[in-house]
Design a protein around this ligand. Structure first.
Ligand code: BEZ
Length: 231
């Protein structure tokens, strides 16, 4: 199946025959149509010109997932300020999603404010390689796909069911990706917003004064540091 294949999320007994696709950084995020808690979407149309975070959770009505979706709802403003749309997925039904959202809102003191994809036939989970058969044959692991405005996959993360994700780390990684996309800089180990960044090797020394007016420190020919350019 090509990365461009459009699929639908309607139940299909043939779904177990679908390949469990491996997606790599730089691949086009496959398009699909799906039922979500905010209506039927065409994924690429829904993304529009935004960045996107598509993330899977193993199952509705489970404790770690409940905290993750509540946390995502609380960070909606942080995602929006970065021009990022978030969307969750599990292999549960739309009815189950709707009733579970009531529990999330109640227990996490929030209001779920982003769509949850219903993928009961696992078509989208398989399209994105979110099923890791040696972890579980039936449900997804905790996959994260960060997708750029060009619909290319910029970052992937996979966590096991037992480890809840750090959504501040996802925001931090998005900040890094957007700095690279917009300014030609990379972020060093343990970088956080406000720290110095490094100039990518593709930029010539001669171009640095014009591209980085805040200045640069030349530690080594390959290690050139500059203040975060968008502050
Ligand atoms: C959870 O979300 O809490 C969970 C789901 C599957 C396995 C373990 C934990």
């Amino acid at each position: 199946m090509s990365a461009e294949t459009v699929i639908t999320a309607t139940p299909n007994t043939q779904s177990t025959a679908l390949p469990n696709v491996v997606l790599r950084l730089g691949d086009t995020a496959p398009n699909f149509t799906a039922d979500t808690t905010e209506g039927t979407i065409d994924f690429h149309e829904w993304l529009g010109s935004s960045w996107g975070v598509l993330f899977s959770h193993p199952a509705d009505y489970t404790p770690v997932c409940t905290t993750e979706l509540g946390t995502t709802a609380k960070y909606k403003g942080e995602f929006e300020s970065r021009n990022v749309k978030v969307i969750a997925l599990s292999v549960d039904s739309i009815e189950k999603h709707h009733s579970w959202i009531r529990d999330i809102n109640e227990t996490q003191q929030t209001t779920v404010n982003f769509p949850l994809i219903a993928d009961p036939d696992r078509r989208i989970a398989l399209l994105y390689g979110m099923i890791h058969p040696n972890a579980s044959e039936n449900v997804t692991v905790r996959s994260v796909f960060v997708i750029g405005p060009d619909k290319k996959i910029k970052l992937t993360i996979n966590y096991p069911a037992s480890t809840g994700r750090n959504f501040l780390e996802i925001l931090r990684a998005i900040d890094s990706l957007q700095l690279t996309a917009n300014y030609g800089v990379a972020t060093p180990a343990n970088w956080h917003h406000g720290d110095d960044v490094v100039i990518v090797p593709a930029i010539q020394d001669a171009d640095i004064p014009q591209r980085f007016p805040k200045g640069a420190t030349y530690v080594k020919p390959y290690l050139r540091i500059t203040p975060q350019p968008n502050l």
